[in-house]
Design a protein around this ligand. Structure first.
Ligand code: PHB
Length: 368
């Protein structure tokens, strides 16, 4: 039974700001592109999907656009319209009915978009007019991202307001809190990292300047709903969506020092390359963790064993699992009993219906 005794580390309750959770196995935010097409509205199958996974200590619901401008892919949900708030209520009520906790990830994609995904065919916006030289997908399939329009300084307060409004809407929709998405090459990460931020004003150049806008967003969200219900996700080393920085330790060290002023509920860190190698060598995550004065949620490539080891050693407070949770609604129970895992079907990750979404079997359904 030593393996089961080891798993105890995963089953200690923890308080994240104002959010009490009863285990350390979290569900990472996962884009599934199954919102109702008309209006990007969450729906009943989204509610079933999340309710099936409600035994997670905390569900971080998928990246959700804070405004029409924040959208970068077809069929991702929003949190700016009344219909979207009503749709998300179905989700939060279903999760809470199962005893789960759920926060919403607030997302602005910046340049990772296309005029066909924007209102009135507008250009996507970014810190600088530098294209993401790859693709996104719209209703017709994959399309090349375009050269975005560099944001004017006088537009930044409007985006801060969109984040504020989205956070308020998330609370109205019944979420336990929000996670500001500052990772994976989307708008806030585009500001943080040098390759995508070539601005020569107060929001570019020095590390202090590059941190200014993301920090203002997080601060505004904290002022709106209370910092004890706000987390943030960062990905210091990722190159996802072609972001890069020659000194991620310095950038993110400074950023987390500033975030400490806000007393967030947690900081969620993608360690290494999003969905890829964990060990890129550019950031000492133990040192970063020590600098963060709140709960540290780790993500990226963790196994059950690695999670037990990291939590038991006190290096991390919780671990978020993405693909394993997608394919195993009862991942927590499987970890408790060290059961085998369902394999994820990549062909049904994005878009479609219940297939590959709400039909993954639990252990109970398929005893092994
Ligand atoms: C994606 O849609 O592929 C996606 C969304 C958010 C992320 C990463 C990937 O943070």
């Amino acid at each position: 039974m030593s393996q089961l005794a080891g798993a105890d580390a995963l089953f200690q309750p923890i308080r994240l700001g104002a959010i009490d959770v009863n285990n350390r196995v979290f569900m990472a935010p996962l884009t599934r592109s199954r919102a109702t097409h008309d209006g990007d509205v969450p729906n009943a199958i989204n509610a079933s999907y999340y309710a099936q996974r409600a035994t997670a200590g905390l569900i971080v619901a998928e990246a959700t656009q804070i405004s029409p401008q924040g959208k970068g892919y077809a069929y991702t949900p929003g949190i700016y319209s009344d219909a979207q708030i009503a749709g998300w209520k179905l989700v939060t009520e279903a999760v809470h009915a199962q005893g789960g906790k759920i926060v919403l990830q607030l997302w602005h994609v910046g340049r990772v978009s296309h005029p066909t995904l924007q209102q009135h065919g507008e250009l996507p916006v970014a810190p600088s007019a530098i294209a993401f030289e790859s693709k996104t997908y719209n209703a017709t399939g994959f399309v090349d991202c375009v050269v975005p329009r560099a944001l004017r300084v006088d537009e930044l307060p409007g985006i801060v307001d969109d984040f504020r409004n989205a956070a308020k809407n998330a609370i109205s929709a019944g979420f336990d809190g929000v996670e500001v998405h500052a990772a994976n090459g989307y708008l806030l990460d585009q500001f943080l990292k040098k390759k995508s931020n070539r601005r020569e004003d107060d929001y570019g150049g020095s590390i202090e300047n590059r941190v200014r806008f993301p920090f203002a967003v997080v601060k505004a969200v904290c002022e709106t709903i209370g910092s004890d219900r706000v987390g943030i996700r960062i990905a210091p080393e990722t190159h996802f969506a072609d972001v890069d920085d020659s000194d991620p330790s310095a950038v993110f060290g400074h950023f987390v020092d500033r975030l400490n002023e806000l007393k967030l509920a947690y900081v969620h860190v993608v360690e290494g390359e999003t969905g890829g190698p964990r060990d890129l060598g550019g950031v000492d995550y133990v040192a970063l963790r020590e600098r963060i004065e709140t709960a540290y949620v780790a993500n990226n490539g963790y196994t059950r064993e690695l999670a037990i080891e990291a939590i038991a050693a006190g290096r991390v407070d919780a671990v978020a699992f993405g693909v394993p949770f997608l394919a195993n609604p009862d991942l927590v129970e499987r970890f408790r009993t060290n059961a085998s895992l369902n394999v994820a079907d990549q062909s049904t990750f994005y878009g479609g219906d219940e297939k590959g979404y709400t039909d993954y079997p639990t252990l109970e359904a398929v005893p092994n």
